[in-house]
Design a protein around this ligand. Structure first.
Ligand SMILES: Nc1ncnc2c1ncn2[C@@H]1O[C@H](COP(=O)(O)OP(=O)(O)OP(=O)(O)O)[C@@H](O)[C@H]1O
Length: 627
């Protein structure tokens, strides 16, 4: 039985489980039938005994990869002993060390190094394990690889060395910088290394031209030299080829133009160059995408969208002939926009196509650039913070991982659940799905995962969980928002947990996301919600042994939405079950409702006198204040 994945995801959990179980039974049945037929064909006439001694065997290479991903150290050792090859190659051309670097598995890294694997092995995009360890900021792996003699100057397909992927200020970046410093390599010489490839391509092309070669020659995939130069960001090379008659709108076998490639791989300068040479921004590739549809950053998209309009207007003009006069509108577009290209960090440049983790990093970085640009343009009086010099919001979302949803674990028991949760917590992955439920482990420290930029990432058109983003409270808020309109029924969040487990913080983030969702009167709502929260905190919160700001009531919060505008129009808060006993008895080391202390703090001496509050020691509760 085949079933559409989207349909499957839209079913309620119970139905989904039943359906999947049935599909699994069908698969096993089909497998059993096939095996039987196969064995008959081979001349084995022995009857199969139902189920008995009938095992499915996985090969050692797959098993060791799985064990590395799940940090199953004992299993790794057993598999190596049983003959698993430490030099196993992954489908991306990488090695088991690449996998260790990706999943921060220091134990297996050490074992593999001891077994003599090549620490400088490059995958099909020329990434070494060190590139991955740096991109993921796994300092332990970086150290182990350095000690094993890894070459930190190897370049990947985009001429990036591992340091280019280490985010500034991270432990991995510090380790590498110290290492380079100790070995007498300075950053200037590193930059020179990066220039080597475009320089050698430039020289090759000069030679080709002098020997009368054709710059429009295509390889088997229909790719030309201009495609390559544009994807890689080699501006000098592209200029030279264009000046020598390269076909500007040439398409490869997938109908990709050089402009598509420059846009996809974030090569801002090349996008500008191609437009200056009158490239057509409206051509579609085999997926019916224009270059603007696949632009790697908002900035590039903006340039391309303007270029599309200019191009269309140009096409409407009668007897339009490509001439130098058409350069002007493009020039205007390009000069209107701030030169951002030199601010792009290597992470927004082309990256290993196989590695969705790194695609994600690019996405976050680009979103940050887009957002900071947007903020710096926003000069409304309400948004005073927007006038602060544009600074990239710090974001560190973990990439999606196989254990993001504990319901999908093959082994489900207390031990395996606790182990996974603990492991995730150690990686600052505080959110985990268990089917439709979101589990939060309070980190008691600020994590850079709640910025506006992250919120933007979780906005979705359908409300479906995005498989390329890790679990997050924003994702749940987004789902509720969509369900509200789909089901036309009120939605509710049940936040449950012990004191101080993070329920109030989570509800604040939900409200933040929903207000962000409401495009109209957003500022007004932000402000109202903040004011309401202050009042609730004053009258309903007290200091307890576990939580300085513990909510001493059960809260019912109703947000009102306008169906037509799809936006928030009102908010109502009902409070039930206020812990009234707190007014007459105060547990040891706990405070009373905060309002009393705020009152004492805010009243003038005269007002206190009027309320007979001038002698604090005469009142047993405020005098026992532990706030
Ligand atoms: N997601 C989070 N990230 C960082 N710190 C958090 C997070 N959630 C909670 N905290 C920290 O834990 C403290 C307690 O959280 P919170 O008040 O939300 O708990 P609670 O479950 O509402 O507690 P209570 O039941 O006592 O009201 C917060 O003041 C904050 O310091």
């Amino acid at each position: 039985m085949e079933i559409d994945q989207c349909l499957l995801e839209s079913l309620p959990l119970g139905q989904r489980q039943r359906l999947v179980k049935r599909m699994r039974c069908d698969q096993i049945k089909a497998y059993y039938e096939r095996e039987k037929a196969f064995q008959k064909q081979e001349g084995f006439v022995k009857k199969l005994k139902h189920g008995k001694n009938h095992k499915v065997h996985f090969n050692l290479a797959d098993m060791i990869q799985d064990a590395i991903i799940h940090h199953n150290d004992k299993e790794v050792l057993r598999l190596l002993k049983d003959g698993a090859d430490p030099h196993t190659t992954l489908s991306s051309g990488g090695s088991l060390l690449h996998l260790c670097a990706r999943y921060d598995n220091a134990f297996t890294t050490e074992i593999l190094i001891e077994q003599g694997v090549n620490v400088n092995h490059q995958d099909e995009d020329f990434w070494t394990p060190m590139h991955i360890a740096c991109a993921c900021d796994h300092p332990d792996i970086v150290l182990l690889l350095l000690l094993a003699g890894a070459n930190v100057l190897l370049q990947d397909v985009n001429e990036n060395i591992p340091l280019d992927y280490a985010v500034e200020g991270t432990e991995s970046s510090c380790i590498l910088l110290t290492y380079l410093d100790e070995n007498g390599v300075d950053l200037t010489s590193l930059r020179q290394i990066k220039l080597q490839r475009p320089m050698s391509m430039l020289n090759d092309i000069k030679q080709l031209l002098s020997s009368g070669g054709n710059v429009n020659e295509k390889n088997d995939d229909g790719v030309t030299l201009l495609h390559m130069a544009c994807a890689s960001g080699y501006k000098d090379v592209a200029s030279l080829i264009l000046d020598h008659g390269a076909d500007l709108n040439v398409v490869d076998n997938q109908y990709w133009t050089p402009l598509h490639l420059a846009a996809k791989y974030g090569q801002t300068n090349l996008v500008k160059l191609l437009l200056m040479y009158q490239a057509n921004p409206n051509l579609l590739n085999c997926n019916e995408e224009k270059p603007s549809d696949i632009a790697a950053s908002e900035f590039i998209k903006e340039i391309l969208l303007k270029a599309e309009t200019v191009w269309e207007e140009k096409m409407k003009e009668p007897l339009s002939v490509p001439s130098s006069s058409q350069e002007e509108p493009y020039e205007e577009i390009i000069h209107d926009l701030p030169a951002l290209s030199n601010k792009l960090s290597p992470l927004v440049l082309p990256i290993a196509k196989q590695d969705s983790l790194l695609e994600k990093d690019t996405m976050f970085k680009d979103a940050a650039i887009g957002l900071s640009k947007q903020q710096s343009q926003d000069n409304t009086p309400e948004n005073i913070t927007a006038n602060v010099p544009a600074k990239l919001e710090q974001v560190k979302l973990m990439p999606p991982a196989p254990n993001d949803d504990l319901a999908t674990l093959s082994e489900l028991n207390d031990g395996s659940l606790l182990y996974e949760i603990q492991k995730r917590f150690g990686n600052n992955q505080i959110y985990t799905y268990i089917g439709d439920i979101l589990l939060l482990v309070n980190p008691f420290k600020e994590l850079p995962i709640y910025s506006n930029m992250v919120m933007q990432l979780y906005l979705s058109n359908t409300g479906r969980l995005c498989s390329s983003l890790p679990p997050h409270i924003f994702s749940c808020a987004e789902r509720a928002y969509h369900m509200l309109f789909q089901e036309q029924k009120p939605q509710c969040f049940i936040l449950s947990g012990e004191r101080g487990s993070g329920k109030s913080e989570a509800s604040k983030q939900i409200v933040r996301h929903l207000t962000c969702r409401s495009s109209c009167s957003r500022c007004l709502f932000d402000c109202k919600i903040k004011n309401v929260s202050t009042i609730i905190e004053a009258f309903g919160h007290a200091k307890t042994t576990l939580n300085d700001l513990s909510s001493c009531f059960i809260k019912y919060f109703e947000l009102q939405f306008c169906e037509k505008k799809k936006s928030l129009t009102g908010a109502r808060i009902y409070t039930y079950m206020l812990e009234k006993t707190r007014l007459v008895s105060q547990p040891l080391s706990q405070s009373n409702f905060l309002i009393f202390y705020l009152l004492m703090d805010g009243l003038t001496a005269e007002e206190k006198y009027g309320l007979r509050l001038n002698n604090l020691s005469a009142h047993s509760f405020p005098s026992r204040c532990c706030c």
